[in-house]
Design a protein around this ligand. Structure first.
Ligand SMILES: NC(=O)c1ccc[n+]([C@@H]2O[C@H](COP(=O)([O-])OP(=O)(O)OC[C@H]3O[C@@H](n4cnc5c(N)ncnc54)[C@H](O)[C@@H]3O)[C@@H](O)[C@H]2O)c1
Length: 384
């Protein structure tokens, strides 16, 4: 049987993670990669064991009879590349954020709808089995009414003023950084689990390092630790290292999220706590196989990831028995498993389980409202 043929545009940090996840699924072949530098494209292709390599996106999508493309490039390229890929008849898996403005996202949603092609955004946090277990518990009434929601997403890879990356430059990353980059995962997960919509936001940002030392040569995410002092130039920083956002939900209750990229020792920690009228759920992405369940009138519990103890909706995201831990790389595999079932069928299903361009647009709307709230120092309605 013919394999589904996939191209990967962008092979820095996350592109290779897409390749590895795709290779763990049957019936899929990663055919080509894209890197802007021709020599690097060849070297990366060899390193990743991919046959074809390109330094021009138009050529990549025009060749090799691709069925789908994964957009893993810096944010400002997502809109243009996704549009071209849909126009060329390819199914698209786009990294978050889907675009850098709501208008661009509107256009991509409309174009994807018109073509009927499969469209997905890589909100992979949803694919930790315990995230879907929490969603299933809420849907089955085990959480009760959601009283409050607290979340945080903390990292330290931009802790020093010598840490630098394209994400610090608004023309490549967009106007928001910490909220768009990691807050989007957190807000997506919170709305996904609770089924609630954020109706209004009140945000307060902080740029801890107002000036940073930019390396004089380009570097990929997480590789900045290798540079020396003479390799830098001072540049002003206009995007947030830290943000806190108060939230109002459509059930009348409230929440709060905090994100930071300058929190020493927090490598990539997303935590959330959802307090319901029946029990309380707490989960930490750095110990993703455990869910703490709090009770008022009986002992608290810890539910370990185990397909035999999960609701069927969540057990389907588990490939290994309890005690055989799964983590970050497994989330992409599980997401792609659902996306590629749709690609094998040929078009976007009506209500896919996986996150779509509409979900990508939702996060851009929330992000823009959060930016406006921080700028104007007032509550801003999100618009549902
Ligand atoms: N879902 C997740 O968990 C997750 C995690 C990390 C990154 N991301 C997203 O993935 C995207 C990439 O992030 P990253 O951390 O891999 O960044 P990165 O800097 O490590 O890699 C980006 C790659 O894109 C390449 N690139 C730049 N311009 C290009 C062009 N014109 N054509 C082709 N390639 C080009 C760079 O050379 C580099 O190899 C971002 O949008 C980011 O938000 C998502």
């Amino acid at each position: 049987m013919r394999k589904i043929r996939v191209g990967i545009a962008g092979v820095g940090f996350i592109g290779p993670a897409h390749i590895e996840a795709l290779r763990r699924l049957p019936g899929i072949e990663v055919v080509s990669i894209l890197h802007p530098d021709a020599d690097e494209a060849k070297a990366k292709a060899q390193q990743l064991g991919v046959e074809k390599y390109y330094s021009d996106f138009d050529q990549q999508i025009a060749n090799d009879q691709l069925d789908s493309i994964h957009i893993c490039t810096p944010n400002f390229l997502h809109y243009e590349m996704t549009k071209k890929a849909l126009d060329a008849g390819l199914h698209v898996v786009c990294e978050k954020p889907l675009a850098t403005t709501i208008e661009e996202a509107d256009e991509l949603v409309a174009l994807a709808d018109k073509t009927g092609l499969v469209n997905a955004v890589h909100f992979n946090i949803r694919y930790y089995p315990l995230i879907r277990q929490m969603k299933a518990m809420r849907e089955k009434g085990e959480l009760g009414e959601v009283f409050s929601v607290m979340g945080s997403y903390l990292q330290d890879w931009l802790f020093y003023n010598t840490d630098y990356n394209w994400r610090l430059e608004p023309d490549q990353s967009g106007e928001s950084r910490a909220i768009a980059d990691i807050g989007s995962h957190l807000l997506d997960a919170l709305e996904y689990i609770t089924g609630l919509k954020v109706t209004a936001v009140m945000a307060d940002f902080n740029t801890v390092h107002k000036t940073r030392k930019k390396p004089l040569k380009p570097i990929e995410t997480y590789s900045g630790k290798l540079l020396k002092a003479e390799d830098y130039a001072d540049v002003p920083i206009n995007t947030e290292d830290y943000a806190s956002v108060l939230l109002r939900f459509d059930n009348g209750h409230k929440g709060v999220v905090t994100v930071s990229q300058v929190s020493a020792g927090r490598k990539n920690q997303l935590k959330l706590e959802i307090a319901g009228s029946k029990q309380n759920l707490h989960w930490n992405s750095e110990s993703p196989n455990d869910l703490w369940i709090g009770r008022r009138d009986e002992a608290n519990r810890v539910l370990m990831r185990d397909p035999s103890l999960f609701h069927p909706e969540a057990a389907g995201l588990i490939s290994f028995p309890g005690g055989h831990n799964e983590g970050f790389p497994d989330t992409s595999k599980q997401l792609f498993k659902e996306v590629y079932a749709a690609i094998a069928a040929g078009n976007q299903p009506d209500n896919p389980l996986y996150p779509t361009f509409r979900d990508g647009r939702r996060e851009l709307i929330l992000c823009e409202r959060i930016l406006e709230s921080n700028r104007t120092e007032r509550w801003v309605e999100s618009g549902l």
